[in-house]
Design a protein around this ligand. Structure first.
Ligand SMILES: Cc1cc2nc3c(=O)[nH]c(=O)nc-3n(C[C@H](O)[C@H](O)[C@H](O)COP(=O)(O)OP(=O)(O)OC[C@H]3O[C@@H](n4cnc5c(N)ncnc54)[C@H](O)[C@@H]3O)c2cc1C
Length: 360
C-alpha cells in the first residue's frame, strides 16, 4: 500500500511516505502527541479535516479583526505544561491575558480576581497551534489539512487511513485518534469494542460562539475600567464576553467581541439559524448597559456552532494519564479523555505520545 500524500491540500511539510504513526486531529492534543513522538525520533503524519491546525483553539479572520471563536484564555498548573507554556512565551506565540475581568449583570459589574494567571495566544489563539505545526513541519512532519478521515482499515502490513475524498494513506503501525469522542467513535467502532464503548460514554456538550465588531468602543459601565477585557455574565443565553482588541498583538483592531453562549442555551437552540443566534447574543450584551448608553454601530457579526465544545463532566473514571490505549496500535487522546481545558488536552496528547515512544 502506498501513502498518497500528494492528494491532500495545504500540506505542511510532506514526508508522509516515511510516516509510521498517523495522528487524526491537529488540535492541541494531536499536536502535543506528535511533538512527544518526534522528540523521540519517531516519524509522524497528521491529518485534519479543517483548513489548518488548531481545532477549538482556532481564530476567525474577518475583514476588520481576528476573533478567537473557541478557547479564549487558559491557565497552567502541571509542571510539564508550565514548561511548554514558557517555551511558547519565549517563541512569542503566548502572553498573559486577561488581567481585567468582571462578573456582569444589568444589576452591576464586580471585578473578578483570583491568584491564577491566565494566558492567550499572541497575536491570536491559533498562533500557538500554528507555532507547533511549524515546529513539526521543520522536523519533516506532514500535516494533511482539509483531509477528513472517514474510515480506518486494518491490513496485514498495518493500518490504512481512508479519507472522504477517496484517498488512502498508509500503512501505519500506530493510529492516534485525537478528535472529540463522538467523532472518534465511527473510526474505532469496527476495530475495538473497548474504545468504542468509551467513546459512546464520553459525551461532549455544544456551544454557540458569536462575534460582533463595532465602529466605536463600547460604552464603559460605572465603576469599570475602560480597558476591561472579559466579562462573565449571569444571563440565560450569554455566558462570556471577550474583547479581542485587548488581547496581546491585536490593539489595532476595532471593538471586536467574542460572545460565548451557555451550554444549556446552546443545546436548546442547536438548530437555530446563526444570524438569529448572533442577534440574540448581541441583544443580551445590549441589556448589560443602561438605555442611556446604547451600543455603537454594528459593522460585522456572526456565530459558529461548536457541536462538541466541551466534555459533559469531569472524567472520574479515567486513569490519571487521560488517554486510552486500544488493540493493535489504536489509541485515543484529547480533552474528552481528560477534561475540557487547553492544558488538559495538551497533557492528554503529550502523555500518550510519551507512552507510545516508550519514555513515559
Ligand atoms: C467555545 C469554547 C470555549 C472554550 N474556552 C476555553 C477556555 O477559555 N480555556 C480553556 O482552557 N479551554 C477552553 N475551551 C476548551 C479547549 O478549547 C479544548 O479543551 C481544546 O482546545 C481541545 O483540544 P483537542 O485537541 O482535544 O480537540 P480539538 O481542538 O477539537 O481538535 C480535534 C481536531 O480534530 C479534527 N477532526 C475531527 N474529526 C476529524 C476527522 N474525521 N478527520 C480529520 N480531522 C478530524 C478537528 O478538525 C480538530 O482540528 C473552549 C472550547 C470551546 C469550544
Amino acid at each position: 500500500m502506498t501513502d498518497h500524500s500528494s492528494s491532500a491540500a495545504n500540506n505542511v511539510g510532506d514526508n508522509a511516505a516515511a510516516g509510521r504513526i498517523a495522528i487524526i486531529g491537529a488540535g492541541i492534543a494531536g499536536l502535543a502527541c506528535a511533538r512527544a513522538l518526534t522528540d523521540a525520533g519517531l516519524p509522524v503524519t497528521l491529518f485534519d479535516k479543517a483548513r489548518g491546525p488548531g481545532g477549538r483553539m482556532s481564530s476567525r479572520r474577518r475583514p476588520d479583526a481576528i476573533i478567537d471563536l473557541g478557547a479564549q484564555a487558559f491557565s497552567a498548573r502541571d509542571p510539564a505544561f508550565i514548561a511548554e507554556l514558557d517555551a511558547w512565551r519565549r517563541a512569542g506565540c503566548a502572553e498573559r491575558w486577561p488581567t481585567h475581568a468582571y462578573r456582569a449583570s444589568n444589576a452591576g459589574w464586580q471585578r473578578l480576581s483570583d491568584d491564577r494567571e491566565r494566558f492567550t495566544g499572541a497575536p491570536r489563539m491559533s498562533a500557538i497551534t500554528r507555532h507547533l505545526a511549524q515546529t513539526l513541519a521543520a522536523r519533516g512532519t506532514a500535516l494533511h489539512a482539509g483531509t477528513r478521515v472517514s474510515a480506518l482499515e486494518r491490513h496485514a502490513d498495518g493500518w490504512q487511513i481512508r479519507t472522504d475524498a477517496g484517498a488512502a494513506f498508509g500503512p501505519y503501525t500506530e493510529v492516534v485518534v485525537a478528535v472529540p469522542p463522538p467523532q472518534a467513535e465511527p473510526l474505532v467502532q469496527p476495530w475495538d469494542n473497548t474504545l468504542d464503548a468509551l467513546c459512546q460514554r464520553l459525551e461532549q456538550r455544544a456551544c454557540w460562539a458569536g462575534w460582533a465588531i463595532f465602529a466605536a468602543p463600547l460604552p464603559v459601565p460605572d465603576g469599570v475600567t475602560e480597558s476591561w477585557q472579559q466579562a462573565h455574565l449571569q444571563h440565560p443565553a450569554l455566558r462570556l464576553v471577550s474583547r479581542n482588541q485587548t488581547k496581546p498583538g491585536r490593539e489595532h483592531q476595532p471593538e471586536s467581541l467574542s460572545l460565548l453562549a451557555h451550554t444549556e442555551w446552546s443545546e436548546a437552540h442547536l438548530e437555530d439559524d446563526a444570524e438569529h443566534v448572533a442577534m440574540t447574543l448581541i441583544s443580551a450584551l445590549k441589556a448589560l448597559f443602561p438605555a442611556s448608553q446604547p451600543l455603537p454601530e454594528l459593522v460585522d457579526h456572526g456565530a459558529h456552532r461548536w457541536l462538541y465544545a466541551q466534555p459533559a463532566e469531569p472524567l472520574a473514571a479515567m486513569p490519571d494519564a487521560g488517554f486510552a490505549l486500544g488493540h493493535a496500535g489504536l489509541s485515543l487522546c484529547g480533552d474528552g479523555l481528560r477534561g475540557g481545558r487547553v492544558e488538559e488536552a495538551w497533557l492528554s496528547g503529550h502523555r500518550l505520545g510519551q507512552t507510545l515512544a516508550g519514555c513515559a
